[in-house]
Every structure is written in C-alpha cells, then in structure tokens.
Design a protein around this ligand. Sequence first.
Ligand SMILES: [Zn+2]
Ligand SMILES: [Zn+2]
Length: 231
Amino acid sequence: MSQPSYYYQELQEMLQQPGCPICHVGRKVARSQLDALLYDSVTDKESREKLASSMGFCRAHSRELLSFPGERLGATIIEWALLREAQRRLKASAPAAGASWRQRLRGQGAAASSLAADDPCPVCTHQAEIESRSLRELLEHLLGDLERPLAAAGGLCWPHLELAMRSASDPRVHSALVSLHDQVWQGWIDQMGEFIRKRDYRYSQETITDQESAAVERSIEALTGLYPRAS
Ligand SMILES: [Zn+2]
Ligand SMILES: [Zn+2]
C-alpha cells in the first residue's frame, strides 16, 4: 500500500476535533503563511514590496496579523509600508472622468482606479488552493474510510459542502454526503427543538442539556464555516 499523502494525514489530524476539517486545514495554512510573512517583513524588503500589489491582506487576515504574540513589530513594519503605498496611490490618483456617477460606481466607462489592489489577498489565494486540494483528498477517501470521522466531527460547513457537491461526480460519494449531513443536522435540529420547547414556561422544570444549548453554535458554524476564506 502506498504512503498516505500529506493532505490525507492532515485531514486525519483535523478530523480529531469538532468542526469542518477543511476550515481547520485552511486556518492552519493561513496562520503559518501569515507567521512566515511576519518574519519576512522584518528581514526582507522585497517581500514587503510584493505585498503592495495586493495592498496587503483582506480584512480578516489583516486583523489576524495582530493575533501572533510577540510579532507586533512584524505587523507594524508591514502596515507602515502599506500605508505609505496607500499614500502614494492616493497622490497619484486622477479625478474620475466621463460616464455617469452610477456607471463609475460600477467601474464602467472609466479607467480602473489607481487605488484598487492589483492582486487578491495572497493568504486567501493560498488558503483556497490548499482547501480545494484537501477537499479533493477527502472525497477520494470518503467512502468506507473518512466518512465516519467526518460525521463524528459534525460534517463539512455549508460553503465547503457546496464546493464538495459541485465536485463530487461519483453518485455514491454524492449520496454519502447527503445522508451524512442530513443525519448530523437532524441531530442539531432536534436538540434546538428541545431547547425551544423547554424554554416554554410549561416545561421549564425540565433541564436543558449542554448539547441542546450548544446546538445553536454548531449550527452557526455549520452554516457559515469556522474561518474566513476566499469566496
Ligand atoms: Zn469549512
Ligand atoms: Zn485573506
């Protein structure tokens, strides 16, 4: 038997914890890329300059820069360079010409604004690539293998499930995904139903379980994902 791939091993590790495993993989690669960029920003002028083409990171990944303990210097060096780049672009900008206000807002009839970033957030781009590769691996090993741990973790989040359904051409994989998520969600639907019922004064003597109380969080996570990702 061939060696399990890196992606397969990562998935197995991520499936040990509750929540969408693809979100967990995405979060891990995004954090390690941000960590490396924070380190580079202190030592490497070229990597700082490269960030200017995307005007840094998206909103979520920019804020995450500040979540690395002891790395405030790296974050400050990056943002210092980016705000200077913003100044440069602002001063080089020209008044909007031609077209109506409505067309200009839609970006029609006028040259692209010199303030717009040339590239998307590099962390989102990398994260999306790895998530898509991991999802392919998950689908390849779903039947009779990762199916059970995936159900125990609570399945995929809605955005990753939607991606999975678009790429699952094997009808058996498609039907396994449907039945797995149907069952997991039914459990949360029942728990939330119980929570709602027990909040009625007529049943208020019945104890609400931790699971019934937490089902709303699991549902929010399942419907929106655990972590920001490129759309
Ligand atoms: Zn997800
Ligand atoms: Zn991003």
